[in-house]
Design a protein around this ligand. Structure first.
Ligand code: MLT
Ligand code: MN
Length: 311
């Protein structure tokens, strides 16, 4: 199984369009230690030909252009993207669907909740229903992924809920917890027929006992690296929200991600969904050195990971 990091940044990308924070400035100045990153998405393949896209970022058009593996190969209309699976309805994870118009066949997997959100917004009708099969998956049920015609991709996906929050643009201040329900933030365990498997968790607000147990000893976890510290946006003067308010566990501190993974024996730990303010984005920052010394890798666009099965 091969995993391609299409976009390693969080919503807004790195640099974010309106951000003048020193990180974003360095990225904009082509500083080689501050490599730009597009928004949150990965592609996964078992056969090297047909790909599952996990999340569809607003930068998907650029991501396809930047990755030859996703270029059309046959005839006048073709795409190696055979299926798309969403982890939530965040803008950074669904807006890219608009790039996949119009008459290209693929399967679209999401929870019933996210599919309802898409169905309620007629702009997503650009995904022609004659070609795009929308399929709901059920939490904790492993699904054998197939393309729009029902042909197996050789990939299995098990969706599970993680602590999180309803998409920012769907928040309802009148409701408790902003109207969040369990299905609003999910993550995946993805496996192929060889026994290779990994976890994709681009958003997560807390490490629960259940999640720790699930990923204990895993060969690979791609995990929410949005913020270095919970009050990062406030400290930087660019926002008023904490990471917790945004539905993201931060890396540092006693209750942070690094501490939460300390006893988990995960073989390969990769940070994805990095916010433009996060100092680990900078190759020369002390925070980058710290996470690397703690066994983490910081994902970048174009990063490739090959997983061999045990069987
Ligand atoms: C998030 O991950 O918190 C969201 O993508 C934020 C947003 O919609 O900008
Ligand atoms: Mn996001």
């Amino acid at each position: 199984m091969r995993i391609l990091i299409l976009g390693a940044a969080a919503g807004g990308g790195f640099p974010q369009w309106n951000c003048n924070h020193p990180n974003s400035r360095r990225a904009r100045q082509n500083d080689p230690q501050a490599r730009p990153r597009t928004q949150s998405s990965i592609a996964v393949t078992a056969d090297g030909a047909r790909y599952l896209l996990c999340n569809a970022a607003p930068d998907l058009r650029q991501q396809i252009n930047d990755n030859p593996a996703l270029h059309p190969r046959f005839g006048l209309r073709h795409s190696p993207i055979s299926a798309v699976a969403l982890t939530n309805a965040d803008v950074d994870h669904v807006a890219g669907l608009l790039n996949l118009r119009e008459s290209q066949a693929f399967a679209l997997y999401a929870t019933t909740r996210v599919l309802k959100t898409l169905a309620a917004n007629s702009i997503f009708n650009v995904l022609n229903p004659d070609f795009v099969a929308r399929r709901a998956f059920t939490l904790e049920e492993t699904v054998a992924l197939t393309d729009a015609r029902g042909e197996a991709l050789g990939l299995w996906l098990k969706p599970f809920a993680v602590p999180g929050k309803v998409a920012l643009w769907l928040e309802d201040p009148q409701k408790g917890d902003l109207g969040t329900v369990e299905e609003d933030t999910i993550a995946y365990e993805i496996s192929d027929g060889s026994g290779a498997h990994f976890f994709y968790i681009p958003a997560c607000a807390a490490m629960t006992d259940g999640l720790a147990h699930r990923i204990q000893g895993a060969p690979l976890v791609l995990f929410d690296g949005t913020l270095w510290r919970d009050d990062e946006l406030i400290q930087a003067g660019v926002g008023h929200k904490t990471g917790q308010r945004m539905g993201h566990l931060s890396l540092s501190g006693e209750g942070g991600t690094l501490a939460a993974f300390a006893d988990l024996q995960v073989q390969r730990k990769v940070l994805v969904h990095l916010n433009t303010t996060n100092p680990v984005l900078l190759d020369d920052s002390p925070e980058r050195a710290f996470v690397e010394s703690d066994g983490w890798e910081v994902a970048f666009d174009g990063m490739e990971i090959t997983l061999e099965g045990a069987r």
